[in-house]
Ligand binder design. Structure first.
Ligand code: GDP
Ligand code: MG
Length: 204
């Protein structure tokens, strides 16, 4: 399994023209604003504050790219990869025009990003999944983009409640239990599984 040896902010993009050309495998994190995307990326990369978290939900309106195991100025290695923190849906305070810009950017990202290996679709484990999540997963399936359901903030529920929610998620998304990764950024739950998935993709 790969080890995280470095992680740095690469670029923020508000339109597809600005996406960095990296040539290394990329993993994206997507979900509702406040689902825990930024926290999960920090947890995965072993960094407290690489990505800003919390405060105002929906602050992230750009795609933020991070280079992992690929220090600036050095050629990438077999363990180099890129992480993209995608702006979520469910912003309360964006105008229609801004929503449209974000949706177009996400659409461009998903349909043109040739280095994209997997989208982790994050959901707060306490929430009932909604139609938008089902549609999102269907969108990825329709575009042959591997998507991994990732339940976040597991620490907020008891073991019993976690198990119940997992069952609810599998039936809602018509998937099996091993297609869902259970995570907690607070307790570092699920880090190994995320890294294992990434390792398998990039070392294959
Ligand atoms: N208890 C708990 N809180 C979390 C966890 N992950 C994120 N949060 C909190 O949820 C809020 C939103 O997290 P953030 O990572 O900014 O979500 P984002 O909008 O999807 O990037 C913040 O207040 C975090 O501290 C977790 O695993 N456990
Ligand atoms: Mg965020």
């Amino acid at each position: 399994m790969i080890k995280i040896t470095s992680a740095e902010f690469l670029k923020g993009a508000v339109i597809s023209k600005q996406f960095p050309q990296t040539g290394i495998p990329e993993f994206a994190f997507f979900g509702r604003s406040n689902a825990g995307k930024s926290s999960l990326i920090n947890m995965l990369l072993n960094r407290k504050n690489l990505v800003k978290t919390g405060a105002k939900p929906g602050m992230t309106r750009e795609i933020n790219f991070f280079a992992v195991n690929a220090p600036a100025g050095k050629p990438p290695s077999a363990e180099s990869f890129c992480v993209a923190d995608l702006p979520g849906y469910g912003f309360a305070q964006v105008s229609q025009a801004e929503r449209k810009r974000i949706d177009t950017m996400l659409y461009d990202y998903c349909t043109t990003r040739s280095t994209l290996k997997t989208v982790f679709l994050l959901m707060d484990i306490r929430r009932e999944p909604a139609e938008i999540e089902r549609q999102t997963l269907q969108f990825f399936r329709d575009h042959s983009i591997p998507a991994v359901l990732t339940a976040t903030k597991a620490d907020k529920l008891s073991k019993n409640e976690q198990a119940k929610q997992l069952v609810a998620l599998t039936s809602f998304f018509e998937c099996s239990k091993d297609e869902i990764i259970l995570t907690s950024s607070l307790k570092k739950t699920g880090r190994e599984q995320l890294l294992q998935h990434i390792s398998t993709c990039i070392l294959a």
